[in-house]
Ligand binder design. Structure first.
Ligand code: ARG
Length: 457
């Protein structure tokens, strides 16, 4: 029937429900700019190899530019009958410039076209995500620098373990994001390969110049195999997997922010503008942003499994299944960009409650390891020192005293080699300052890493 661009071999028109069921225009319209850029480059290449005249190419470029303007001013109505972004634009082009519009698809298929569009789009989004990631990293460095000397308890098993500096804790998040950034850049290398020219699956009979099209579109090179070119979605899975790791990191970070803002911890405050209230409980200030980010991580992990499952049984080459790659991918980008943006805005505005963190660090015998190390310094074997300090802690639990609150006489009941100088190591400041090596929590190390990171990333 005549109402479809591919209608030649059909004797009845598509069932209306099937038409809506198979259409992707409702979501793939998001790729319009990249589809148009791809078509411009393709027609320029067809002109270079002598398939389109200068005039034809110019008409196509002119028509596509007008279509882009129509889309951007809201003057193009998408048609479900035209199925997807590619045919919507092509049909509109032919309306505008006549039969030349019908020559654009020479040597091309929607299969290599869509694979190219997604890569062009994703490349741009990776760059936007990378920029937000960097912004969040700068925020973390700012807080780390400000709070290089601020002491809080560090936890293992969520039990007080040893005193650490707040700056050191912020830098732990920073280092995770360093790896996340590298992963994105590495993934981008495999995104930036051009499928165009693969045509439907086997390549094309026209004397195309793929290197030229790749150069026009800023791709590093054309793909090596046409079957692989139209059917590979590894790059999308790889991206969503990098995105999942970022969301996992943000979710862990969120969990800490939620705990730390609770009255029970009271370690930090988030600015009011990043929190919301309760409709019934007037006193509430809820950390909605971190909670939402923690929750949204699930969408991205879900997308990763959607895409892996989408691909796992597909025979070569293109299958319509692939149309299902877009929504999880779009949702991943939106979720990730939104979460990173919220964190990049919020993190540099975190304020700390130093007294509460200090009090918490004083509570859980956080300098017990320091006392053991002190005894080792006086020639006691570490295992014996561990035992001695364990007894002192048991005494502290019984009497409600921290190690630093015990008198010298009390401490000497556990070992006579303990001396007046013990009190230097039992202070929180002494404890963190003593861990002064690469990667340690000492304020000096925090400041050094901040300076280094500001210089080299
Ligand atoms: N909308 C399709 C997709 O998203 C475009 C390619 C369609 N190709 C085809 N032969 N039906 O994958």
């Amino acid at each position: 029937t005549a109402d479809k661009l591919w209608g030649g071999r059909f004797t009845e028109s598509t069932d209306a429900f099937v038409e809506a069921f198979t259409a992707s225009i409702n979501f793939d319209q998001r790729l319009y700019k990249h589809d148009i850029a791809g078509s411009k480059a393709h027609s320029q290449m067809l002109n270079k190899v002598g398939i389109l005249t200068d005039e034809e190419m110019n008409d196509i470029h002119q028509g596509l530019a007008e279509i882009q303007a129509d889309i951007e001013s809201g003057n193009l109505e998408w048609s479900i009958q035209l199925e997807d972004i590619h045919m919507n634009i092509e049909a509109r082009l032919t309306d505008k410039i006549g039969i030349t519009g019908k020559k654009l698809h020479t040597g091309r298929s929607r299969n290599d076209q869509i694979a190219t569009d997604i890569r062009l789009w994703l490349r741009e989004e990776i760059d936007a995500i990378s920029a937000e990631l960097k912004r969040l990293q700068s925020g973390l460095l700012k807080v780390a620098e400000q709070e290089a000397e601020t002491i809080l308890p560090g936890f293992t098993h969520l039990q007080v373990a040893q005193p650490i500096t707040f700056g050191h804790h912020m830098l732990a998040w920073y280092e995770m994001l360093v790896r996340d950034f590298e992963r994105l850049q590495d993934c981008r290398k495999r995104v930036n390969i051009m499928p165009l020219g693969s045509a439907a699956l086997a390549g094309t009979t026209y004397p195309i110049d793929r290197a030229y099209t790749a150069e026009l579109l800023g791709f590093d090179r054309p793909c090596n195999n046409s079957l692989d070119g139209v059917s590979d979605r590894d790059f999308a899975i790889e991206f969503v997997s990098a995105a999942s790791l970022i969301m996992m990191h943000l979710s862990r970070f969120s969990e800490e922010l939620v705990l730390w803002t609770s009255a029970q911890f009271n370690f930090i405050n988030l600015p009011d503008r990043f929190c919301t209230g309760s409709s019934i409980m007037p006193q509430k200030k809820n950390p909605d942003v971190p909670e939402l980010v923690r929750g949204k991580s699930g969408r991205v992990f879900g997308s990763l499994f959607s895409l892996l499952t989408l691909m796992k049984s597909q025979p070569l080459a293109y299958n319509k299944d692939n149309q299902e790659d877009k929504e999880p991918l779009f949702d991943t980008v939106d979720t990730l960009l939104g979460s990173l943006r919220a964190f990049a805005d919020m993190v540099p505005n975190i304020t700390t409650n130093k007294d509460a963190m200090r009090a918490a660090a004083m509570q859980g015998f956080s300098t017990a390891t320091d006392l053991a190390d002190y005894l080792v310094g006086k020639d006691m074997p570490f295992r014996d020192a561990h035992e001695v300090v364990g007894s002192a802690v048991a005494y502290g639990v019984e009497t409600g005293k921290d190690l630093s609150e015990m008198s010298l006489e009390e401490l000497q009941k556990f070992s006579t080699i303990i001396d007046q100088d013990v009190f230097e190591v039992l202070t929180l400041e002494g404890s963190v300052a003593a861990r002064n090596h690469l990667g340690g929590t000492a304020p000096e190390q925090v400041k050094a890493r901040v300076a280094e990171a500001k210089k080299n990333g």
